[in-house]
Design a protein around this ligand. Structure first.
Ligand code: ADP
Length: 467
């Protein structure tokens, strides 16, 4: 069955931008970018010719009056259809937030597919504006560039490592005899070659990260339990710096008079999640002076699963906050200059989060502390159970007959691991190894999202940034 209405609607929806001037209309008609205007309930009120063409329709009447997601047929970057309730743009429409992404594939009426850059703008009224364009050529060019940078940095790394090695030998008194002046020059050259080596390594990391073919392998998990496991690795690092590392969840519900933790089910790539948590917690520890507190919290935030990492550290100035998720950006001040870094950690956090359909944001008060928020679409318990069932079926299908005995072991291990995941999340506020539990109402810092999860708070010298 076609998703498009075949006949003209009896009462056509308003098909022109209300109050739009002739010139604005001319501009909308001539641009290559698709523009749709939807009302509060997601019904298309207007589509420009480019939008009509791109979705595979021929006439405005084929799209006007239809629900947006019956016209914008989207798949994720891996070519999997996106269930409507997991669609991040639907979430943004419902919450009345702006949104943009380059991780969608548009499926046209005739089944043709191409990647699009998609943006949602708020109009100030009930209407929302959606723009989209074909980015197939753009992505191809980017992939070529990525490949070139990757090959070039790979090739250059070897001679740089060799220069660094020989300079090291020249500086080593047991392998070379040099005078003081030569030592001074060679020490400088050695430091510069080390710096160059680090830059090439980072460039390689970035090309891997920017490779649009790298896809997230999403599996159903209970988020609180997974995050708790990752925190274990940071116990010692925090203790060595004299910091308190707290893990608590405020995602509590009162059942029969007892407080219980509500499980937060999500579809996630566990390697990506580890990168996200590691980078945020490492930063919080790195940028918090001795005696401070780092607090990791997993909770429901307006129907989404939120990881919040808060610290009582040096904070971020508003003018830096707007840029910290950019590639290679580092706030430059007397505090950060003495703390090493490449400016890549938060770029990785943003990139990985978005690859899994999530969003990142941060707020901070200079000299007081920072809060970082990562939000993912939350899944119902029944969806989670269904996804787990699909996973175990797939796992079972991988088992070939002659290996049936081995296969059984694999099957049991998998389901046992999954069972452990649920138990971990649903039992109690999980304490990350030796990390203390913050309980339900404690606060790592006065600037934190607080018990209300005020992810968008922005007052006084607070700054807030969104992806
Ligand atoms: P870096 O390797 O420099 O830490 P990131 O991309 O992880 O790179 O962070 C970018 C910049 O954001 C940092 O250089 C620092 O200025 C700021 N920043 C990140 N996390 C924090 C934090 N928890 N507290 C204060 N500043 C932070």
């Amino acid at each position: 069955m076609s998703i498009f209405r075949k006949n003209k609607p009896e009462e056509p929806a308003e098909v022109k931008p209300s109050g739009g001037s002739l010139m604005a209309e001319m501009a909308l008609n001539s641009i290559a970018e698709g523009v749709l205007i939807i009302d509060a309930s997601g019904v298309i009120k207007f589509a420009n010719p480019a939008a009509i063409r791109m979705v595979g329709a021929t006439d405005l009447y084929e799209v006007a009056g239809l629900y947006i997601f019956s016209v914008l047929n989207l798949e994720d970057a891996g070519g999997q259809p996106i269930p409507e309730d997991m669609n991040p743009m639907k979430g943004a429409i419902v919450r009345g937030e702006a949104f943009s992404s380059r991780d969608f594939i548009l499926v046209t009426r005739s089944g043709k597919k191409f990647p699009i850059a998609l943006s949602l703008f708020l109009s100030g009224g009930a209407e929302k504006i959606i723009t989209f364009r074909n980015i197939a050529q753009e992505l191809e060019k980017e992939n070529e560039q990525t490949e070139f940078i990757s090959t070039a940095s790979h090739e250059m790394r070897t001679p740089v490592a060799s220069i660094e090695g020989y300079l090291g030998l020249a500086l080593n008194p047991s392998t070379a005899t040099i005078d003081e002046r030569a030592r001074k020059y060679l020490t400088e050259a050695h430091a510069a070659s080390q710096h160059l080596g680090r830059l090439f390594r980072d460039l390689l990391d970035i090309t891997k990260l920017d490779d649009n073919r790298a896809r997230a392998h999403l599996v159903p998990v209970e988020l609180t339990a997974e995050v708790a496991k990752f925190l274990e690795d940071f116990k010692q690092m925090a203790a060595e710096k004299g910091l308190r590392l707290l893990f608590g969840t405020r995602n509590l519900s009162s059942a029969a008079g007892r407080k219980v933790v509500m499980p937060l089910y999500v579809m996630i790539d566990l390697d990506f999640l580890r990168e996200i948590v590691n980078n945020l917690v490492e930063n919080a520890i790195k940028y918090t002076p001795e005696g401070g507190t780092v607090w990791v919290d997993v909770q429901d935030y307006q129907g989404q699963a939120m990881i919040a990492v808060s610290d009582t550290g040096i904070g971020i100035a508003p003018e830096d906050l707007a840029h910290i998720f950019q590639k290679f950006y580092r706030a430059d001040n007397s505090d950060t200059r003495t703390i090493g870094g490449t400016g890549l950690g938060l770029y990785i956090v943003k990139k990985r989060t978005e690859q899994m359909g999530g969003r990142v944001s941060a707020d901070s008060v200079l000299s007081k502390g920072s809060n970082f928020y990562v939000l993912f679409p939350r899944m119902s318990q029944s969806d989670y159970n269904r996804q787990r069932q699909i996973m175990s079926n797939l796992e079972a299908m991988k088992i070939e007959k002659p290996q049936a005995v081995q296969g059984k072991v694999g099957e049991v291990t998998l389901s046992a691991a999954m069972g452990a995941g649920i138990a971990g999340g649903a039992s109690s506020a999980v304490v990350a190894g030796g990390a203390e539990s913050a309980g339900a109402n404690g606060g790592a810092n006065s600037n934190s999202a607080g018990a209300n999860g005020a992810a968008n708070s922005n007052s006084g010298q607070n700054g807030t940034t969104q992806k």
